[in-house]
Design a protein around this ligand. Structure first.
Ligand code: CMC
Length: 392
């Protein structure tokens, strides 16, 4: 049967070759197509980063304008797809709605499902990047009982998302440019992260030749978990549970107790063993957003900063090289912007759609690509004879 390595959790297995994202976990370095994340987060914008991830190079002016048009022409959702939302309970978790509605796209867009046709692949990529924010905002609007707000193509990507989230038909809503910029930066910081669990899921699903929209729905399902994208929601819940700075010690103690399943959410990373460069930019953005909104005493930020300081000086966290990750500060920013906690992971999904699509496309276009098919170490019963039910 041949030999294979046993690597639970894929700690030491490279599943593919990729030219998209480079991470040096020891140095705390993250590059997209060679460009450092801090430069992209502060000098670029999300759509430009999306183009870069998909196509390998930064766009020139004309390429950018064409790409922007290609995305905005697809921001509307097929009207029949809007009916899917009303099939869900209003208290459904928006990630459940995302899995369902993005998966349902596979039943609608027949001109973008032939994975062997480059034009189909391109339209599928554009459709997903364009429509996922619309679906996310609709999931929110449905949950609060407000009418859906249609996209506005004269607005930037992040601006339009805030418009679809917070506009109501009876009032004028002006998007705050500082908040739109911060949202755009949050999207850039989450856009791709090489072979994380959800991206590997998308690649594995796609490796069988499955419908691209269904593959992205699989990625969304994987992202939902608290060890992955669900951590941003879990961080806020944890900070709220801690409640006041004098209780931090108690929670740090619990996180170190091996008999207690509690972990410090937003701490630790499979790859980063120095610091997460995304967390550094996120912390800075957090201060900028709270400053813009005039929030001086945000109790959760106060707890978060003290918790970070205590943990970073604690032997347990130092020894295991556990640092705040991208999710540690993002929730505080999103909360200050008025985004409900249950939508935090949805926002992660909006951003990561770009990475998923770029990685899916890279895989399909790789001539050496094979179906993903891990092996196992069988630990079950040896061969034995069937026993009739009366004789058991
Ligand atoms: N709090 C307390 N202990 C921890 C934590 C934590 N947050 N993270 C890891 N450890 C301990 C773990 O118990 C283990 O200790 P020991 O060696 O004594 O058994 C050691 O550190 C190594 O942890 P691991 O679980 O083997 O590491 P992993 O690479 O499998 O897990 C992780 C990485 C991110 C799932 C984990 O650090 C974690 O659960 N963190 C909290 C959840 C979180 O913030 N997730 C978001 C990740 S970043 C966003 C994304 O890309 O999804």
């Amino acid at each position: 049967t041949g030999y294979f390595t046993f690597d639970p959790g894929f700690m030491a297995t490279a599943s593919c070759e990729s030219k998209i994202t480079f991470i040096d976990g020891d140095k705390g370095e993250l590059l997209h197509r060679g460009y450092p994340i801090d430069q992209l987060a502060t000098q670029s914008n999300f759509l430009e980063v999306a183009y870069l991830l998909l196509n390998g190079e930064l766009p020139n002016k004309d390429e950018y304008a064409t790409f922007e048009r290609n995305i905005t022409r697809h921001t509307m959702l097929h009207e029949q797809l809007t009916k899917f939302f009303t099939g869900f309970r209003r208290d459904a978790h928006p990630m459940a709605v995302m899995v369902g509605v993005v998966g349902a796209m596979s039943a609608f867009y027949h001109d973008s499902t032939d994975i062997n046709d480059p034009a189909h692949r391109m339209i599928a990529s554009h459709r997903l990047i364009a429509k996922v924010p619309t679906i996310a905002a609709m999931a929110y609007k449905y949950s609060v009982g407000q009418p859906f707000v249609y996209p506005r193509n004269d607005l930037g990507y992040a601006e339009n998302f805030l418009h679809m989230m917070f506009s109501v038909p009876c009032e004028t809503y002006e998007v705050n440019p500082v908040l739109a910029k911060a949202m755009d930066r949050i999207l850039i910081l989450h856009a791709d992260h090489e072979q994380n669990a959800s991206t590997s899921t998308v690649r594995l699903a796609g490796s069988s030749g499955a419908n691209p929209f269904a593959c992205i729905a699989a990625g969304i399902a994987c992202l939902w978990g608290p060890a992955h994208g669900g951590a941003n929601e879990a961080v806020i819940k944890m900070l709220e549970e801690i409640g006041s700075a004098d209780r931090i010690g108690e929670f740090v103690k619990r996180a170190k107790d091996k008999d207690d399943p509690f972990r410090l959410m937003g701490f630790g990373h499979r790859v980063y063993k120095n610091f997460d460069p995304r967390a550094t930019i996120m912390r800075q953005t957090c201060h900028e957003v709270l400053g813009e909104l005039g929030i001086k005493d945000e109790p959760l930020l106060d707890i978060a900063m003290k918790l970070e300081k205590i943990a970073l000086e604690d032997e347990y966290f130092v020894e295991r090289k556990l640092y705040p990750n991208v999710d540690f500060y993002s929730g505080i920013i999103l909360r200050a912007m008025g985004i409900p906690t249950s939508l935090f992971t949805v926002l992660f999904a909006v951003a990561r759609t770009v990475g998923w699509v770029a990685q899916w496309k890279e895989m399909i276009e790789d001539p050496t690509q094979k179906i993903g098919r891990p092996r196992q170490l069988y630990t079950g019963a040896a061969a034995r004879d069937y026993v009739a039910i009366n004789a058991r």
